[in-house]
Design a protein around this ligand. Sequence first.
Ligand code: M6R
Length: 608
Amino acid sequence: MCGIVGYVGDKKAASILYDGLKRLEYRGYDSSGIAVNDGFNIDVVKKKGKLEQLKGKIEDNVNGGTTGIGHTRWATHGQPSDLNSHPHSDCSQNFVIAHNGIIENFQDIKKYLLDKGHTFKSETDTEVIAHLLEENYENDVLSALKKTIENLEGSYALTILNNKEPNRIYVARKDSPLIIGIGENENFIASDIPAFLSETKDFYILEDGEFAVIDQDNINMYDFDLNPKEKEIYHVDWDPEMAEKQGYEHYMLKEIHEQPDAVRRLMANRVMPEGIDLEELNLEEEFLKNLNKIHIIACGTAYHSGLIAKYMLEDLLNISVEVDVASEYRYRNVPIKEDELVIAVSQSGETSDTLASLRKAKQKGAKVIAFTNSRGSSIAREADEMLLLKAGPEISVASTKAYLNMVVAFYMFSLFLAKKQEKIEEKEYLEMSGDLIKLPDLLDQVIEESEKLMEDKAKQYAKSENAFFIGRHTDYTLALEGALKLKEISYIHAEAYPAGELKHGTLALIEEGVPVIALGTKESVFEKTLSNVTEVKARGADVTAIVYNGAEDIEEVVDHVIYIPEVNELFTGALTIVPLQLLAYYTALIRDCDIDQPRNLAKSVTVE
Ligand code: M6R
């Protein structure tokens, strides 16, 4: 969802801004633009479409100034067009701004400004900010900015150039991420760290209700009352290469292959042969011992990780777990007691619905833990405690390695809690911890064994317009995630069902050649799933089965089988997901889809 970059330094800004925007492409966008200030002019170029189209315009139309801002837009107000692209300016061209977020009261402000004689060039909500700054300006930009944001309702990460101060950028943040990269004789602004990871590893994370004034050698930060603020530098330990493709055709494939290492990083110093150490969560022994209800809130793929956790926690601890899609949870009246735990799960840590749900749960007095891949994110900062997923930068819009680390984080947490509540025998606890340690090697094995078959199946399934994923128990939650992956990147209509539910309606859709991906990794319910597979097969479906090692009976019934290596039945999900991700990837590849940036989607969903 929209990306922002900014640069103040001693180098030509245009190419640095363009490269920064390129590295934020994964967030999803439909148009882009940059503005550069050389002390005489602020040149603005903007273009609908991919960044390559902007590039041609930059060379001929942008000055060699060393201060500038850039933006990739994901349209909300007004269709994607050159005019609606950011940056936007006021009537006098004194203020040029880029904005992520939504100004909810822009229509009222626009009416006020039109009455005052301002003229508008775009249909966006953003443009009102530039004109409001112009209206409030009396020779001091910071005061004008303070007055302006007092009138704004909604969310914003704002970057502002001012014609009268050629080597300075003003920024403000509320409910939309913004970071400042610290360099030598230069500073950077971005909505996400990968934009300038090659230039610096030191960042300030701007928080809600903060401004910053950024010069080449100075960064001054303030709260919204203009009191100066000191902030700690956030040092990232990611290598720039972690955010590059490293020879893979797409980030998604690279990230699928990175999964064994991502799980190793997640478990390091947390999962040992002698058990699980999650004391970093700082949860009191008494609280953990008496915990008998957990609420999990998340969106999309992160929500699917919560569904797996529900089965696992219920099986192992016999406690009640509610899993909610955050966009529903935030508007439901969910009773929560103070001795219950809320877990907010989010790769980006910026998903607006998850953040709103977290705030609601906190207001009700609940203890909230964040499972997130982004340490400096809003969700990480607002939760009481955090479990960092350590998947490394995930660039592809379709989440793979972050999902897997969420699932494994729930495995770890469930075992940790089972031990605290004395609901697991020592022998079983040690065996399960040992099985967790084996997961990365088993993941390597599953990738190796399933990739070619999935590539072949993709050639066949790429011609279909529908696909069905079925399974029971945690396999059903995997089916949901497999179907989401397939529809998200290949645009094939895919649905997931509990295997036993088909005969209550969906069986009517099964006809000759329809792809059905049947998951049967749970020995305890395998026979039941097998009879459902027989039902779809009898109606002509082409069935690919992913089953536990030892379920050879299925070979006589289905078209293709993938065996999942032996591991504790509660952990098979972490392995089963891999062939499903590969199937989605290769199907989208054959259909020539834009795999890393699927249509209409954004990596980080910071609006409702
Ligand atoms: O950053 P989050 O984990 O909060 O994102 C939640 C969803 O938007 C995300 O998982 C989405 O469903 C993915 N694109 C799926 O691959």
